[in-house]
Write a protein that binds this ligand. Sequence first.
Ligand SMILES: Cc1cc2nc3c(=O)[nH]c(=O)nc-3n(C[C@H](O)[C@H](O)[C@H](O)COP(=O)(O)OP(=O)(O)OC[C@H]3O[C@@H](n4cnc5c(N)ncnc54)[C@H](O)[C@@H]3O)c2cc1C
Length: 403
Amino acid sequence: MTNHIIVVGAGPAGSSAAMGALRAGAKVTIVDRKTNVGIPVQCGEAIGKTGPGVAEIEIPEESIRAPVRGFRIYSPGQVSVDYATKEPSGFIIDRRVFDKELFARATEAGADSLLGARVLDVTRSNGTIDGAVVRYNGQRQTLKAQIVIGADGVNSQIARLTGLRKAYKPDDIDSCFAYEMANCNLEVTDLMEFLLGSEVSPRGYIWIFPKGNGRANVGIGIGGGIETKTAKEYLDHFLKNHDVAKRQLNDAKVIETRVGALPVCGPNKVNVVNGALLVGDAAGQIHPITGGGMGYAMVCGSIAGRVAAESAQKETVTATNLQQYEKEWRKLYGAEFDQSLRLRELILQTEDATLDKLANIVTGESIVQLTAGKKVKIFMKAMSTGDRKLITLMQELRKLRMV
Ligand SMILES: Cc1cc2nc3c(=O)[nH]c(=O)nc-3n(C[C@H](O)[C@H](O)[C@H](O)COP(=O)(O)OP(=O)(O)OC[C@H]3O[C@@H](n4cnc5c(N)ncnc54)[C@H](O)[C@@H]3O)c2cc1C
């Protein structure tokens, strides 16, 4: 079928890809195994303004629960570091409304959709993918298209079928567990709180995100494959025992429970094959330290959709032509992901006591710069502490050109 694109997945990546392709004149069908887009919620629900701004997609007003101006990070020994902008730099949203509204917009812009259709396979002609096989209403059905965009999330079937990636290994993902809570008594209602430490959350962090009206999204991500306790057990332990939780969440009540997994190993090396490309979590486009993925999914999705539509129009859907997508998104985020991945490795090797010392010398601004893969001026300050382990950490950061 000429100029027809199938988008598998109606999450932020899929809906953004659909909008990008529609804007460039393609015919689009979005396929999702869910019958209700946006449910269940598997998210901390924090989104910055930057990603949607770059993607030129407005954050749906009706999904916004609370504006946020920055963050408060607690080191393992509870040294806190704040960062706040004057104006809101992002929002805590209701993810079920957000996903559904983006999907609705793509539909209103002209996309067809098939909900409740699970993609089982892809079809090929002369080695080029040219369609998807779905199970819909209990029947197998084949949908033909010039390009298939795999926006099908962390367990992407399209990634496996195209050979672009096997399933993520336990080390590559964070296991997450979260509660939406009511009756919270938050100390800051416009900052996102993060808590680090091997006791609190090994190889990850706990988050407390304000949702307005005394509600919060409270969750944890821990390194996959940690066998001693589950993410839920770590979070429940935190809620009962940690000072920060006791101060703010003592009277809080759970109103929803969420589980999920996110890839923290950086993007796939290759995301295009003849007739198909991957985007969003399926492509590993998620920040290896913060675990934020919605903004990247929207930007990369928009690029993927446009490039797919242009390639389909020219009837040149080879991997070589789809490289344009890789080129464009890597130009925006490639270096940031690479640096963050290296920084993540370093942080994981750093003892709690050294993280406390680091928290004493960094500002919120430098944390923003570091997580964006940029260089910060903390070397001299660290040297002046005379702390051997902190100095070693700085030397490692210097090798990465981050200090
Ligand atoms: C607990 C948790 C907390 C998070 N917190 C944040 C946060 O606060 N901020 C942030 O920016 N990011 C956060 N993330 C990451 C963020 O949720 C993802 O990066 C984002 O959802 C990626 O969007 P996506 O469209 O690529 O994938 P998804 O949102 O996962 O969408 C994939 C879609 O594909 C569909 N699908 C899958 N397989 C098939 C198939 N075979 N056939 C048909 N359809 C299929 C699914 O039903 C789904 O609708 C968090 C993730 C988790 C797990």
